[in-house]
Write a protein that binds this ligand. Sequence first.
Ligand code: PMT
Length: 339
Amino acid sequence: MADARQAERDYFSNEPPPKDLTANVTLAREFIARHDHDRRRVVLVTSGGTTVPLEAQTVRYIDNFSAGTRGATSAEYFLRHGYAVIFLHRQFSLLPYSRHYSHNTRSFLDYMRDEDGRVVVDEQHQQDMLEVLRQYTQVKREGRLLILSFVTITEYLWDLREVAQLMRPLGPRAMFYLAAAVSDFFVPRDRMVEHKIQSNEEFAVTNESSDGTAPAAAARTEGRKLVIDLEPVPKFLKQLVDGWAPDGIIVSFKLETDPSILVKKAKYALEKYSHHLVIGNLLNTRKWEVVFVSKMEGFSEKWIRVPANRRTKSFSGVPSLVGSADLSAKEAASEPSQS
Ligand code: PMT
C-alpha cells in the first residue's frame, strides 16, 4: 500500500495535468452533487484506448486497442436503468446513442434524404432512429449523462483520480466500470523528447547531457533504428480501491488474446486488488462472450454468451437482453454490437 501511494505521488508529480482538468472537475463536481442530492446511483464508465505519446509535441504515439463499443453500449444500459453516467472516453471513440450511426462503413448522410428541399430521415430508418432519439432526449432532459474525454494515459489517469475522489461521498452508490484499454507502459515526461523524432541521424537530438547524467530519451534513434524503452505505468486499480473510492463498487475488465490464461489472470487481478468484479474477454470473441469472476461467487467463473442466432443486432441496438428492472454489470457487458 505504501509502495502504491509512493508510486502515485511520483507519477502525479512528474506528469503534468491535462489542460482541461479544471473544467472537467467543475463539470463533474456539479453533476455528482446534483445526483447525490437525488440519491441516484452514479457510474463512471471509462471507454476507449489510452495513447502513449513518444514526443512532447506529439507526432507519433503508441495506441491501445479499443473502439469504445463496450463502454458506449454499457453506458446506454446503465442509463436505461436509471443511473447517472459519467462517460470518460477516448476522444473520437464511440459515444452512447450516436454510436448507432457513427464509425461504420456508412456515412450518417446515408440515413437521410432530400424531400423537397428538407432533410428527412429515410423511411426505412425512421422507427429505429426514433427509438434511439427518444432515449437520448430523455437522458439529456434529465441531465443524466456527462461526457468527458482523454487522449493520453496521463490525461486518463488525472481525470480518473479527480473524478473518483469527487465520487467518494456517494459511498456504495458510486460505481466504477473500467472498460477503457489502459496503457501498461509509458514515456515519462522527463525522458520525452520535445520535437518529432528524426529518422535521419544528422538531425537526431537526444536528451542526454554531455556528462551523461541526464536520462536518455525513452524513444530515440540509434543508428537507423528507432529504440523505444518504456517504463511501467503504476497499477492504479490498487489506489482506486484503497484510496480514491474505498466504498465504491469497482468493476474492471481483463482483455487477453490467449484463452488459456484469461480466467487465471482475472482471478489474479481480483485477489491482488480486492475489488468486486472482473469481467474477462478475449479479443476475438469479446462481442459474444464474457466471463465474470467475483469474490461473491467464491472466485468461480461464470460465462455469459450471446446465442449464435442473436449475434447480429437490430439497427437501433435496443437491448432485448435486458428484462429485469435492476441493471447488473452482467447485462451491461453482454450486449452484442455492430462495430
Ligand atoms: O471498446 P471495444 O472495442 O468494445 O473493446 C472493449 C475492450 C476489449 C477494450 C474491453 O472490454 C476491455 O477488456 N477493457 C480492458 C482492457 C485492459 O486495459 O485490460 P488490462 O489487462 O490492461 O487492464 C486490466 C485492468 O487494470 C483495467 O481495468 C485497468 O483499468 C487497470 N489498469 C490497467 C493499467 C494500469 N496501469 N493500471 C490499471 O489499474
